[in-house]
Design a protein around this ligand. Structure first.
Ligand code: MN
Length: 231
């Protein structure tokens, strides 16, 4: 049986179809299939997600800053209230099951906010590298260093690597129980995990755009799907 991975519906316009296909292909190479969960009814979405083998929270719009107790600043993007609420309930239901969670970009930020952390609403003035670079999405655009003794290190066996980057927000204060397992060269959290949950991995970059050419990036999907199959 192929593991079924729940993902929140990201929309069906041409751009999102393209973005969605990258997740689908990366998960397919790992041996899993995607079930897109419609968020219009958040409680139904939570039930549907919890019935799947794994949850992947993907990239997308900025999270409403009210979720972490801040008024929006002028550089914060337009939030998607329906998706915020659906993902909140999906993640809550999913964590109760103990099944694996993989969170990418907005997904990683969402996990941090869910666990009580906050975000920088815009890092343009703080960054030393370009963290918003759509055109280098299949290669890489800034260095990251990885914490030894982390899940990410166990998967990658390296302390230095380069990743792509398509975000203008980043983790500020860390959510309760989380640890930062990778940082960018200019100090932003690029991966999070927690020893308090069987498999919860968040990355700030987009492995789904690098995984076709990078065996190392594909390994993140492989490990996630393997965990889903083993439970
Ligand atoms: Mn980055």
């Amino acid at each position: 049986m192929q593991p079924i991975i729940a993902m929140p519906q990201m929309g069906n316009d041409l751009f999102r179809k393209y973005m969605k296909s990258k997740y689908v292909q990366s998960l397919a190479r790992a041996g899993a299939v995607v079930r897109w969960i419609d968020g219009q009814d958040p409680q139904k979405a939570a039930r549907e997600a919890a019935a799947c083998d794994g949850l992947l929270l993907p990239g997308g719009a900025d999270i409403a800053p009210e979720r972490y107790g801040q008024p929006p600043t002028e550089n914060s993007g337009k939030p998607n209230a329906i998706r915020d609420e659906a993902e909140w309930q999906m993640l809550a239901a999913f964590l109760d099951t103990g099944k694996p969670v993989f969170a990418i970009c907005r997904g990683m930020q969402f996990v941090n906010v869910f666990f009580g952390g906050t975000l920088f609403q815009d890092i343009k003035e703080k960054q030393q590298y370009r963290h918003m670079d759509f055109f280098s999405r299949a290669s890489s655009c800034h260095p990251v260093s990885i914490e030894p003794n982390s899940l990410l290190y166990r998967l990658w066996q390296t302390e230095k690597t380069e990743v792509n980057s398509m975000h203008h927000q980043a983790i500020d204060t860390l959510g309760k129980g989380l640890r930062v397992s990778a940082k960018s060269g200019d100090g932003f959290a690029e991966a999070i995990e927690t020893p308090e949950y069987p498999f919860l991995l968040g990355v700030q970059w987009h492995p789904e755009h690098m995984s076709r050419k990078s065996e190392q990036q594909q390994r993140l999907f492989d490990a996630f799907v393997r965990e889903c199959a083993n439970r």
